[in-house]
Design a protein around this ligand. Structure first.
Ligand code: NAP
Length: 248
C-alpha cells in the first residue's frame, strides 16, 4: 500500500537513505531537516527520481511549534500520515562526563529525546484510530551505544539512545490498541557525516575493520530495516528493537 511518512533528519545520512528507499516503494515522504536546505532538496529530488513524492520541511525537532508545523505540512501536502521515522539525532565531541557542559547535555537530550517524544506525540495524534486516524507505524532510530554505554566518548548520547529504547517498549504497548506499531532500529558503526561532529570524520573507516563483519555499515543497510518496519510486511512486529550493527 502506498504510504505517507515523515522522516526527521531525512536530508542526510540514514534518514536520506530511508527516504530514498521509501520513495522507491512509491511512498510520499516528508523530508525534515534542521539547516541544510541544499541537502534536503537533493534528497527530495532523489525520492522523486525513484518514483515517490516528497517535500522538504525545515524544522528543529526540539521545538514544539516547529514539530507541529512539520506534521501539518505533511498532512496538507499528502492528505494523511501513515508513518514516522524518528531519525534526527546529534552527537557532540568526544569527552568524558567530567568535562561536559550543561549546554551540551541539554542540547543532546533536547534533540535526541525530547525531539523524538514530541514527534511521536504528533504522529500518534494523527494516526490513532480513536482520533480518526488509520493506524500506522513509528520507527525510532536508536543506537548500539544504548547497550555499549560509550564510556569516555559520549555517555550523554548513549543515554539518550537508551531512553529511546525504553520509549519504544512503552509506546508500543500504549499505541498497539490504536493500530500503531512502534519499533526501533539500533545501528552500529555506520558511514555517515555524524562522526565529523564527534571530531572523528574517519571513525567509520578507522574502526570498521574491528567490527565482526569487518567493516562499517552503510546508511542504505539501515534504511532497508527502517522501511521494512514501516511496511505492512512487518505487520505483527511491534515493541522490537532491531540491531543493524554487523554483529557488534
Ligand atoms: P547525520 O548524517 O549527521 O544526519 C543527521 C540528520 O539529522 C540531518 O538530516 C540533519 O539535518 C538532521 N538534524 C540534526 N539535528 C536536527 C534537529 N534538531 N531537528 C531536525 N533535524 C535535525 O546523521 P546519521 O549518522 O545519518 O544519524 C541519523 C540517526 O542515526 C541519528 O539519530 C543517530 O544518532 C543514529 N545513529 C547513527 C549511527 C552512525 O554511526 N552514523 C549509529 C547509530 C545511530 P541538517 O542536514 O539540516 O543538519
Amino acid at each position: 500500500m502506498s504510504k505517507v511518512i515523515l522522516v526527521t533528519g531525512g536530508s542526510r545520512g540514514i534518514g536520506r537513505a530511508a527516504a530514498r528507499l521509501a520513495g522507491a516503494h512509491g511512498w510520499s515522504v516528508g523530508v525534515n531537516y534542521a539547516g541544510n536546505a541544499e541537502a534536503a532538496a537533493r534528497t527530495v529530488a532523489e525520492v522523486e527520481a525513484g518514483g515517490g513524492r516528497a517535500i522538504a520541511i525545515q524544522g528543529d525537532v526540539s521545538v514544539e511549534s516547529q514539530v507541529i508545523a512539520m506534521f501539518d505540512a505533511v498532512t496538507s501536502a499528502f492528505g494523511r500520515l501513515d508513518g514516522l521515522v524518528n531519525n534526527a539525532g546529534i552527537i557532540a565531541p568526544i569527552q568524558p562526563l567530567v568535562e561536559m557542559s550543561v549546554d551540551r547535555l541539554r542540547r543532546i537530550f533536547e534533540v535526541n529525546i525530547l525531539g523524538a517524544y514530541l514527534c511521536a506525540r504528533e504522529a500518534a495524534r494523527r494516526m490513532s484510530r480513536s482520533r480518526g486516524g488509520r493506524g500506522g507505524a513509528i520507527v525510532n532510530v536508536s543506537s548500539v551505544a544504548a547497550r555499549l554505554g560509550s564510556p569516555n566518548e559520549f555517555v550523554d548520547y548513549a543515554g539518550s539512545k537508551g531512553a529511546l529504547d525504553t520509549f519504544t517498549i512503552g509506546l508500543s504497548k500504549e499505541l498497539g490498541p490504536e493500530g500503531i506499531r512502534v519499533n526501533a532500529v539500533r545501528p552500529g558503526l555506520i558511514d555517515t557525516e555524524i562522526h565529523a561532529a564527534a571530531g572523528r570524520p574517519d571513525r567509520a573507516a578507522a574502526l570498521g575493520k574491528t567490527m565482526p563483519l569487518g567493516r562499517a555499515g552503510t546508511a542504505e543497510e539501515v534504511g532497508e530495516a527502517i522501511v521494512w518496519l514501516l511496511d505492512d510486511a512487518s505487520s505483527y512486529v511491534s515493541g522490537s528493537i532491531l540491531d543493524v550493527a554487523g554483529g557488534r
